[in-house]
Design a protein around this ligand. Structure first.
Ligand SMILES: Cc1cc2nc3c(=O)[nH]c(=O)nc-3n(C[C@H](O)[C@H](O)[C@H](O)COP(=O)(O)O)c2cc1C
Length: 399
């Protein structure tokens, strides 16, 4: 059970449809022991009444910046000082844009600038809005400003569509705020994610269907477990999880170089990326023209990042790989575990709507002596389960 005892939580509600979930969120926060005060944007008040949030929080709702009566009571600076945690849920695309650019023309935006509390932002919007470049850029900026993103989740949306952009459920938000064990505090992990692109000519490449979501979820779960995380990411369209340092690369050779530059002193290496095994032996200087006959490609092997990390003189204590297989999962995974001298391998079947570019996944995890079956579930809880296995594996090595 999450505890927020003695925490002052200021909840900022903005004008999205998910505002209807905020009375439940206030109740869950209070159940966890927090004192809760609520700030609403004018837009939020079109979706839910301040009276409802006053009733569930036990305090008058704060809504106006230029309100003489409110300033005479708990003014905006006192409110900013009072908060230990400022949670903006739901956070609309509009609110995210305003926060990313330091606006101070309503109470919530001004509080964000005036507080030293940890700031959490739970985006909630239609999936196409969420995937839009301005929203993704603004979220990236919030993170560089030290704000923590909560979600969003995937699923059915109020607009009738299905996709990424739903606000996290109230209990997930409360759990993210709560104190949780940090078994990897003081440890650094290097994680790879996404595909690699191997150029054929200036416009074409060999790639694969990896979305990077599993690797990003693993990086996020490790950071939540207290680790310093270096994430080396292939070409993906994802925001960097809170507390994670990201380096973007394109090719397997770039990824190999950036991983090797970070491996010394790392406790763990988690190779989630779907790295191309081969690349074209040469990259055409100009676009390859269509011609009548067949076109043969000659491929040469790429460096093997996992095997090189596992053989490195500064080998991390924990080296974990992923195996995407289309058949004979257990044998292929165990073979790769032994051949590449890994501590753990997480294997999944791919193809036919499985794993690649999907929100959910199922994994079979193997060590030399152990086997864990993780049933199909969203990638975030799956990644947290993997981190628990990593903790067990380190403990069994005496690390
Ligand atoms: C019915 C309805 C539902 C909306 N839901 C959302 C939403 O879920 N997310 C979002 O970003 N904007 C949504 N909007 C648009 C926002 O209400 C609008 O951008 C507003 O300016 C947000 O103001 P605020 O962020 O200052 O509260 C919705 C608008 C309407 C009319």
């Amino acid at each position: 059970m999450t505890t927020l005892a003695d925490k002052n939580v200021l909840l900022g509600v903005t004008g999205g449809i998910a505002a209807y979930k905020t009375p439940e969120l206030v109740r869950r926060l209070r159940d966890a022991g927090a004192s809760v005060r609520v700030v609403m944007t004018p837009g939020a008040q079109a979706f839910i009444s301040p009276l409802t949030l006053q009733a569930v929080s036990g305090h008058r709702v704060h809504a106006d910046l230029l309100d003489a009566e409110a300033e005479a009571g708990m003014g905006h600076i006192e409110l900013a000082r009072w908060a230990d945690e400022l949670v903006i849920a739901p956070a609309t695309a509009h609110a995210i844009a305003r926060l990313a650019h330091g606006f101070a023309d309503d109470l919530l935006a001004t509080l964000v600038l005036a507080t030293e509390a940890r700031i959490w932002v739970a985006p909630a919007m239609n999936r196409v809005m969420w995937a839009s470049r301005p929203v993704l850029d603004n979220c990236q900026r919030l993170q560089t400003l030290g704000m923590r993103l909560l979600g969003p989740a995937s699923g059915s949306q109020a607009c009738g569509e299905v996709g990424e952009g739903r606000m996290l459920e109230p209990d997930e938000i409360v759990a993210a705020l709560g104190d949780h064990p940090r078994p990897f505090l003081g440890h650094r992990f290097v994680v790879t994610a996404g595909p690699t692109h191997e150029a054929l000519d200036p416009v074409r490449f060999l790639g694969n269907r990896s979305s990077g979501r599993m690797g990003f979820a693993v990086a996020e779960a490790l950071a939540a477990a207290g680790a310093d995380v270096d994430l080396v990411a292939g070409p993906v369209n994802l925001t960097t999880p809170p507390g994670v340092t990201r380096c973007d690369v394109l090719t397997a050779r770039d990824m190999h170089r950036e991983v090797m530059a970070r491996i010394e002193g790392a406790t763990g290496f988690i190779g989630v990326a779907a790295v191309a095994d081969y690349r074209p032996d040469s990259v055409a200087e100009h676009k390859i023209k269509k011609s009548e006959g067949e076109l043969a490609l000659r491929l040469v092997p790429n460096p093997d990042i996992l095997a090189d990390v596992a053989r490195h003189s500064a080998r991390p204590a924990l080296v974990m790989g992923f195996a995407a297989e289309t058949r004979d999962l257990a044998n292929a995974a165990r073979d790769k575990l032994a051949r590449k001298q890994l501590d753990l391998i997480a294997a999944n079947l791919v193809g036919e709507g499985l794993a690649f570019d999907c929100a959910d996944n199922a994994l079979e995890v193997f060590s030399a002596t152990g086997h864990w079956s993780l049933p199909e579930q969203p990638k975030a809880p799956l990644a947290r389960a993997l981190v628990e296995i990593m903790v067990d594996c380190m403990a069994s090595k005496g690390g």
